[in-house]
Design a protein around this ligand. Sequence first.
Ligand code: BDR
Ligand code: CA
Length: 309
Amino acid sequence: MKKIPVVMDCDPGSDDALAILMVHAAENIDLRAITTVAGNLNREITAQNALNIVEYFNIGVPVAKGSYPIMKKFEALDVSIMGEGGLGNAVLPKAKGEYSPYHSVELLHKEIQKSPGEIVILATGPLTNVALLLSVYLEDRELIKEIVIMGGAVYEGNHTPRTEFNIYTDAEAAKIVFQSGIPIKMIGTDVTYRTPVTKSDLECLLSNDKKVSKFIGDLMFYPGDDKRPFPEEGIFIWDGLAAAALICPECMEYKHVYVDVETRGELTYGETVADMNHYLKQVPNTHIAMECKKYMFLSLLQKTIEAIE
Ligand code: BDR
Ligand code: CA
């Protein structure tokens, strides 16, 4: 089987952490590097979390530190959502290994140059690194096969009424990426809101003694105390769905439309404006996931747990 070479650009973040494990475990993916970016937490913490995960699960890929938003003041996610460390209840040993000597943008560039036309970028954080890459190394625009993005919202935001967190965190970067001409899959709130994962789904997957199951449980059942119990309707595993779209394209249904990003709106900064009715007469630039076959997603999680120690 020819594997898809992937660089994952992320801001772990508990759901990024799960996405890293999914991509690492997938038989059809060749994970080449992890580049990190400021998003859920500052750039030091997201990088450290990625390095810790890579070492703890023997993932064996370089991890690079990345950027802060290009124009907007950095605003981390409220710590009540993923905890101080960003990984919910999980605490990993501090990695002994070193970061890549390259900045995330440089490492992305090197990987793209090594495999021209083949690399897929899975972006589960703000799009800052990717936008900088496309701005500094214009030639890479022709050499990236696809960008699978966790981000955006056609109908309902998760951070402001109209915006999803990753795009809101750096809308200027997102605009550069969506306007780049590179094929894009957008796994936004439209599909994540339709794919809640319940407590019993997770309990069923995690009822074993594996270290990976303990880790995923610690990520997902946060805080899980009396004040904020696990929501009855389930949780949304944002970045996990983006990983699923990459690993198993057939688990999603898409609409192919033109998307642009609002960078000037007073109330809509970071909105992904999707031309669902083709008013703008532009060539579609984005496949937006609208539905996910949940049983396929759960089965991918099951395979992830089986494949890892
Ligand atoms: C996205 O924002 C982050 O908080 C998550 O890690 C995910 O990438 C969801 O909107
Ligand atoms: Ca993320």
